[in-house]
Design a protein. Structure first.
Ligand code: SAM
Ligand code: SF4
Ligand code: SF4
Length: 354
């Protein structure tokens, strides 16, 4: 493949709270082969029209704009990113961009058994597999699919082909998997992966969410502390959303306390949907369409100016605002009504990536 053009680096940008633009989540498809209750609980979904999806060249060009302005980490997500045909080709293209130091993938793992080899060969740096339960029947009731064994096979394939630093992300939900925290930690330890517990969030698409189902960071620490002894918080300078902990036996794990203790103050993340709409916050109701300006032939400098000015004006702190509402007793059960989600699939978590 011939080398692709890369624009000169320009000074990094900062938003209106001084937060840099560092991390980009690329949603490569809004389609998914699971129907997780906390993400896609409805019977039917409207999908982004296929002709609007960005090609790999378009994704490469837009990513190059972001890296010119400071992005150095890219995470491929979705929907289920492994449903996007030829994903290793996109990874190879992104590897050409020398400003990207880290290319990661978040996947439900089902197709990893078939694809782990090709992803590794293409130069993917890191993999995170979402794993909420070790019980196949629980998996079925959560996802409406009977493919738990494929997930575990996918995890094994990942390790077999040589990926290191594997992470397992678990959405912790009261009354669903709060009795499996220790088993998940033990499983992670056995295979050499780090578990990260994520608090259940009331993002668009989580139409089943209620505050009473959120298993808080404190409750997670309490449960693990009763089994293992108190976990010690690991001090590190990072804008990563997970706070990491060490158990008395040395095992480490993370907690992403996005609901009870939001980390918007250091948030350097933004998201590009598979059809080129750029969102500055997981909770944002509006994004900026970059596909049309790109397809209509705007110059690189014009596109850079668009992205720069949008980031410089950024005031988003969605999770903190939800928390403020909660403290005022005004956090309604769901963020966005189903009817509104049907009218605009971009509002769905599975369209903008987790
Ligand atoms: N399909 C892939 C997967 O599940 O790993 C990638 C996309 S998924 C939207 C990305 C992450 O968002 C997953 O780890 C998922 O568990 C998480 N997620 C989805 N809905 C959530 C919610 N309501 N609260 C917390 N995490 C959520
Ligand atoms: Fe589950 Fe990920 Fe699919 Fe959402 S996008 S339904 S979290 S597998
Ligand atoms: Fe960043 Fe928005 Fe999440 Fe806050 S809610 S951490 S601003 S994406």
């Amino acid at each position: 493949m011939s080398p692709r053009p890369q624009s000169e680096a320009t000074p990094d940008v900062a938003d209106s709270f001084g937060r840099p633009l560092k991390s980009l989540r690329l949603s490569v498809t809004d389609r998914c082969n699971l129907r997780c209750k906390y993400c896609m609980p409805e019977e039917e979904y409207g999908w982004l029209p296929r002709e609007t999806l960005l090609s790999f060249e378009e994704i490469y060009t837009l990513t190059d704009l972001f890296t010119t302005l400071g992005v150095d980490k890219v995470r491929l997500t979705g929907g289920e990113p492994l449903l996007r045909r030829d994903l290793p080709t996109l990874i190879r293209m992104l590897r050409d961009n020398r400003r990207i130091t880290d290319i990661a993938l978040t996947t439900n793992g089902i197709l990893l058994g078939d694809q782990a080899d090709a992803l590794y060969d293409a130069g993917l740096h890191r993999v995170t597999v979402s794993l909420d339960t070790l019980k196949p029947d629980r998996f079925r009731s959560l996802t409406r699919r009977d493919t738990h064994a494929h997930v575990l096979e996918g995890i094994e394939a990942c390790l077999r082909v040589g990926f290191t630093g594997l992470k397992l992300d678990t959405v912790a939900i009261k009354g669903f998997n709060d009795d499996e925290l220790v088993e998940l930690i033990e499983y992670g330890r056995r295979i050499g992966a780090e578990v990260r517990f994520i608090e259940y969030m009331d993002v668009g698409g989580a139409t089943d969410w209620s505050l009473s189902k959120v298993l808080s960071r404190d409750a997670i620490l309490d449960t693990l502390g009763r089994h293992y002894g108190p976990a010690e918080s690991i001090v590190e300078t990072s804008s990563a959303p997970a706070q990491r902990y060490r158990l008395p036996d040395g095992t480490t794990f993370g907690i992403i306390a996005s609901t009870t203790s939001p980390f918007c103050a250091t948030c350097d993340r933004s998201r590009l949907t598979a059809d080129g709409v750029w969102y500055l916050c997981l909770y944002a109701k509006e994004g900026m369409d970059l596909r049309e300006p790109l397809r209509s032939g705007l110059s690189r400098d014009e596109l850079l100016a668009l992205v720069r000015s949008r980031w410089e004006a950024r005031k988003d702190r969605g999770a903190e605002e939800r928390k403020d509402l909660e403290q005022a007793g005004l956090r309604e059960a769901r963020l966005i009504e189903i009817q509104k989600l049907r009218e605009d699939p971009h509002l769905e978590m599975h369209a903008r990536g987790g």
